[in-house]
Design a protein around this ligand. Sequence first.
Ligand code: BES
Ligand code: MN
Ligand code: ZN
Length: 466
Amino acid sequence: MKYTFTPKALKNKDIATVTLATTASDVTVRTSDGRTVIELGVGKREEMTRRKLVNVIRKIVSLAKAANKKKVALDFFDLVFPHLHMTPTELGEMLSTNLEMANFEFVKYKSKPKEGWSTLAEVVVLGKLGSDVEKAVRKGKMIGEEVNKTRALANTPGGAMTPAILAQSAAEAAEGLPITTTVLGVREMEELGMGAVLGVGRGSDEEPKFIVMEYFGGMPDEKPVVLVGKGVTFDTGGLNLKSDTNMYEMHMDMSGGAAVIHALSLAAKLKLQKNVVALVPAVENMPSGSSYHPGDVLQGMSGKTVEVLNTDAEGRVILSDALCYAQKYKPRLVVDVATLTGAIHVALGAHASGLFTKDEELEGYFRKLGEESGDYLWPMPLWDEYESEIRGTFGDWANTGKSRYGGAINAALFLYQFTKDEKGKEAYPWVHLDIASRMTSADGEYLAKGAAGTPVRLLIKLLERF
Ligand code: BES
Ligand code: MN
Ligand code: ZN
C-alpha cells in the first residue's frame, strides 16, 4: 500500500474519508456531492484501549473495501488517545502495520475477478506530522508486509510446501540482504548426529532440511539472539495418523519457521545493529513404510534419547536437535516458536500464545512485548512437578506425557531438557512460545482467514530492544 501525508483534507471523489465517531458504536456511510465519508463509531473516547485500537485501525480497511474504494483518508489525530500514553511514532508504526495486515488476502490460488481484487491501494494520512512520524509509518508498513509474507508462506498448501521449498523460501527472504543462509541436508545432519530430525523425516519422500540463517549486524563479539522455528511442512501425525478434522490446516505447521525466517530478514531490512540467528528444522511428518514407529527410540544431537510414544508429537522431537544446535552460538537468548500443541489452544482459546520460561524477568518482559506488539502472550508453568510425566521407560525422555492433562506444559518441559548442556546446566536463557492457538486468525480481528503471522511483530520489537 502507498502512504501519502498531507495536512489538509482532500476532496477527491475516489477517496473515502474515515472519521471516528465517539458516541455511537456503529458505522455510517454518507455520500454528499459524490464524496464518501465513513463514520466509524468507537464508543466513548476515554474507553478506548490499545487492543481495541488495533481492531479499529483494521476495520477502517474492511469498511473502505466494502465501500469499493481504493483510497482512504484518515486524520492521524483522530487516533490519538492521550490516556493510552502512546508516542506519535509508536502510533504511526501501529497504524501502518495493522492497515497492511488488514489489507492482506491470500489470492495466489484464486482467479482474479473482473473488477480486480478489493484490496486498498493508498492511504492518505491527514494532519501536521513530523518527519519522525512519517518515518514510523514507513517502518510499520515494512513490519506489516513482513507479517504478510509470513502468512503467505504458512498458507501455502502442503502439496506446494516441502522442506526443500521452505529452505528455498528462506534463501529468497534473505536475497539482497547481509544474511548467510545455509541449508543442511541429510548427510550433514547425519554427521552432526541429528537423529531426532532425521527420525521424524524418515517417513516422507521429501528429505528433511535444517535451515540456518545468520544476520550479524552487531559487534563481532556480541553473542547472538537465536530464534528457533518449527518447520513441519505438513503434519499428518505420521503412523499415529490424525483424523480428517485434525489434519485440516496442518500445512500451517511450519508457521513458527516462517515467522523466524521473516523476523530475521526484517531485522536485516531495518538494519538492526544486532546479531541474530534463525534455525528451522524442516520435515514432513508422513505415514509410510519408512516412518518412525511408536516405541522407536531416537538419539539426537545431544546424545540423549527420545522414546517416541506418539509420532504425532513430532514438533518437540525435531526442535530438540535445533535447541541443541543453538548451543554452539553461545546465545544471549534463545526463543523458540512452534505450533506445538492442540492443548495450548484448549488452555488459552484463540487470543494468546503460550509463554513458557524459567526466567521470571523474561516472562514479564515478553508479556509486555506481547501487549505492545499485538502478539499477545499468556504465561504457563514450567514446574519440575510435571517432569515425571515425560520420563521415558526405554529412553531418556518420552515425547508425550503419561496422562491426557497438561499437554502444552509436558511439551514445553520436554524442550527444556534440550536447552541444557552435557553437564545438565542451562546453556542459555530460553523462552518457548507455543503459537498453535494463534496459528490462524480469530473471528473479530478483521484479518483474512488463514495464517495469522504471529509473532513477527513481537520478535522484531524484541530484536530491536533486547
Ligand atoms: N502440530 C500439532 C499441534 C497443532 C494442533 C497445531 C492444532 C495447530 C493446531 C502437533 O504436532 C501435534 O500433533 N500435537 C499433538 C501432541 C499429542 C500427540 C501429544 C496434539 O496436540 O494433539
Ligand atoms: Mn503432530
Ligand atoms: Zn505438528
